[in-house]
Ligand binder design. Structure first.
Ligand SMILES: Cc1cc2nc3c(=O)[nH]c(=O)nc-3n(C[C@H](O)[C@H](O)[C@H](O)COP(=O)(O)OP(=O)(O)OC[C@H]3O[C@@H](n4cnc5c(N)ncnc54)[C@H](O)[C@@H]3O)c2cc1C
Length: 473
């Protein structure tokens, strides 16, 4: 059948897309968009709660930032980790792909395998290499999404849609109110191209650290070298990096070296030091510019590390991340917006879905959008030793205002920029997403939208799944 043609407008500035009918490729109970940190947990939870569940992911693998962007570290006490996140970690530990300590480094390849096996076992339908391009909304209710891929443009319909795209792509396309970045100026945290180098003489780093303790962050959570257990997470080399900056050998925005990995005395380490500021991850042009700038910083850093940083003399660049590390973009404006006061006071909510911990205190900004991260005047890495503080997230933070039929999961939930510093960590993201998956399955089963869920029924389901949450006393 011949399709109506695209029409280029006479001024050449717009093209009119022809109206067309799309095939409905699948109709499911719960549709999860984004197979990243959140999407994996949400889809597993929804399927295990009995919902016919489909997971859409634009890449050829799952894990999102934790795998594609090589951000393979959980900074979270294992004893506070529950549910699906704990199960995934245990699965990786069993295969030698993660190690438990003050922090939990893992092998991104192992996460991909373990998560994929669990998704398959739970009966989650998967559509990889599939971009979600639009939201299907009828009378204020999200009914599904439009996807693009090698099979062309298709529609997918669902009782409940979970937006786990990180960027709130579906919510934004559906017309939900969203915010980006910091409230006062919309500035976002920097982006990073992570990369892997090896073999690194980690023992040599340990010797340098013993001789120069003042060159590393005082917080034990940022200063871990447990070589027998293969756990590395180190922020520092302050003076060496200062010299590199002053000599123009590394970018002026880089004030310290951040390393992590599953490594013993010799091994491969991930470098999380590239910093690209002033870019917006919801714009392809900015992502392209950030990638170009990030790769420039990678090549400078590799050269510099080999020449100047103890332990790196023989290390090669083994891999750069397949996808850009985007820390912050859109967040929905939900029925409730979590604030830093809520986090700092551990406010309890009648509709709490999880209780989590963050290695944070109010007033501390880890990745200041203005730059200077790790600089001598930045107390975060130079002076502070932070406790783990408990906080709660209510269901309302997952419900986009004035839209029915959908939940969000992951870093795009409704929180202020400061509170986002507490909610964006991968373990918190998986905990919240697990609750979102359970809520979506329950809503589908009861034939209501997530906003109309009976909260006590949801709490009963969450308890059965072992999700940790506290209610007001
Ligand atoms: C550089 C960096 C360092 C970090 N450091 C740490 C750390 O040390 N410890 C920690 O716990 N956390 C850290 N974080 C935070 C944490 O990794 C993220 O906040 C978290 O992984 C976000 O999870 P998510 O599922 O919301 O998003 P993601 O994991 O990014 O997943 C989103 C998924 O959706 C897919 N997707 C996006 N749009 C579409 C679309 N339109 N159609 C189809 N698929 C789509 C993506 O491909 C991706 O798989 C860091 C983040 C970054 C970027």
């Amino acid at each position: 059948m011949q399709r109506a043609p695209y029409r280029i407008q006479p001024d050449g500035r717009r093209v009119t897309e022809p109206q067309r009918e799309l095939p409905v490729a699948r109709r499911v109970e719960v549709l999860v968009v984004g197979g990243g940190t959140a999407g994996v947990a949400a889809a597993l939870a929804a399927a295990r709660a009995g919902a016919d569940t489909l997971l859409i992911e634009r890449s050829g693998y799952v894990g999102g930032t934790g795998t594609g962007a090589l951000m393979s570290l959980y900074s979270y006490p294992y004893e506070h980790i529950h549910g699906i996140c704990r199960e995934l970690i245990n699965g990786m530990v069993d295969q030698g792909g993660a190690a438990l300590g003050l922090v939990i480094p893992f092998d991104p390849e192992c996460f991909k395998q373990v998560a994929l096996a669990k998704l398959t076992a739970a009966g989650v339908g998967l559509m990889l290499y599939t971009w979600t391009a639009d939201a299907i909304v009828e009378a204020g209710r999200v009914r599904g999404v439009v996807v693009e891929g090698k099979s062309g443009r298709q529609a997918l319909l669902a009782d409940v849609v979970i937006d786990a795209s990180g960027d709130a792509d579906v919510a934004a396309r559906a017309g939900a109110r969203c915010v980006v970045g910091r409230e006062q100026d919309r500035k976002m945290r920097p982006m990073t191209v992570l990369f892997k180098m090896g073999p690194v003489d980690v023992q040599r780093i340990a010797t340098y650290r013993a001789e120069h303790p003042e060159e590393f962050a005082p917080d034990p959570g940022h200063n871990v070298l447990e070589l027998e257990r293969r756990i590395v997470r180190l922020d520092g080399f302050f003076s060496i990096m200062k010299q590199g900056r002053e000599r123009g050998q590394i970018d002026p925005n880089i004030h310290y070296l951040r390393l992590h990995g599953l490594a013993g005395p010799q091994g491969n380490l991930y470098v999380n030091s590239v910093r690209v500021y002033g870019v917006d991850g919801t714009r392809s042009e900015d992502l392209t510019r950030a990638q170009q700038e990030g790769m420039r910083q990678v090549s400078q850093l590799v050269r510099f590390l080999r020449a100047a940083v103890p332990g790196f003399a023989r290390a090669e660049l083994l891999e750069t991340a397949a996808s850009m590390g985007v820390r912050e973009t859109r967040r929905i404006v939900g029925d409730y917006t979590l604030t830093i006061e809520d986090c700092g006071s551990h406010r309890r909510f009648p509709d709490a879905i999880i209780s989590a911990v963050a290695h944070m205190v109010p007033g501390v900004e880890i990745h200041n959008p203005d730059g200077n991260e790790g600089a001598p005047e930045d107390p975060y890495l130079r002076e502070l030793v932070l406790p783990f503080n408990e906080f709660s997230i209510p269901l309302r933070c997952l419900l986009p205002q004035s839209l029915e039929g959908m939940l969000v999961a992951g870093r795009c939930l409704s929180a202020t920029h400061e509170a986002d510093g507490w909610t964006r960590g991968q373990v918190v993201v998986m905990h919240t997403a697990e609750a979102a998956g359970i809520a979506a399955a329950l809503a589908a089963r009861q034939g209501v939208t997530p906003r109309r869920l009976d909260i006590s029924a949801l709490h009963a389901e969450l308890r059965t799944a072992g999700v940790r949450f506290f209610l007001p006393e």
